[in-house]
Design a protein around this ligand. Sequence first.
Ligand code: SF4
Ligand code: SF4
Length: 355
Amino acid sequence: MTNVAKTDIGPPLYKDQLPEIIKNNYGQWKYHEHVKPGVLKHVAENGDELYTVRVGSPRLLSVETLRWFADLADKYCDGHLRFTSRHNVEFLLTDASKIDALIEEVEAEGWPVGGTGNSLKNLIHTQGWIHCHSAAIDASGIVKSVMDDLYDYFKKDDLPAKLKISLACCLNMCGAVHCSDIAILGIHRTVPKINDEEVSKACEIPNVVASCPTGAIRPNPKKKSVTINEEKCMYCGNCFTVCPGLKIMDPDNDGVAIFVGGKTSNARSGPRFSRLAIPFIPNEPPRWDSTVKAIRNLVELWVENARPGERYGEWIERIGWEKFFDMAGLPFTDKHIDDFIFSVPTFRSTTQFKY
Ligand code: SF4
Ligand code: SF4
């Protein structure tokens, strides 16, 4: 298809792997419809129709599950399936008569079909305790617990607008939670503990100093180690990434913060960052009951009070943040005021609070 030299470096060009119907209609799609929860229909200029069946997945899938999905794709849609950035599995069908049978077979095994239209989207999340070394909270465990509780909102499409909930297990935020309707963010609350011996043996001091985004780390030549200015530390864990002698994990003080009101879309209003709503909830494995309950409360509040089409942040902007805190029964504390030493350029100069 493409006129490029073949090498063994890098992945194959994505265009070579597209289903024929997408190759034939590349850039020629006329419109799409939302057929029903979990099913989309795209229609091309030449009349070709492509149906998408969206299945929620927990992101971490076994080889057996992947093979099962692949077998289903062979059976119903010539092997055409893809994974979305929110960890959905999507089957791409050209034969509409096979949609219901596919959904029945998928749901019989306990997988939800939905996540389209005005629904809860599949929760996107980061590595958590499964993999990343600087995680303040788990990712898969919390997301599974929240999604189990909000399962029906994924399968229906009668919310005021789409609802995106995301999780990042530290404030480096691989999960892009700063622009989600509801964000679950893992936070450390204590300064890394310096193990001078380990730092001197295992870490390159210039790298460690350079790793700190706030300039809180300085060399400590006497001990061939470093010092940390606690006032400047924002508990990001970057230094621990380059130096195992600066452990930041703290089981008693690490936990969840919940932010609300972010979005990336430009529809109706511009993209916006989410704002802190709940400063801290402790880690409560295995089902994170307080976090699950807090998120359900926030979701139900929005469902009951938002106007049709209003995303979470748009609803709050309309009623005002003070009113939102009142309605949500959340105390407004010093933690909600953005007084971080390096946030001066973003301070408002009005008399209004900045959340
Ligand atoms: Fe690791 Fe932080 Fe990304 Fe979680 S958000 S995977 S802890 S870097
Ligand atoms: Fe700097 Fe982050 Fe380490 Fe604190 S945790 S010292 S801010 S790199």
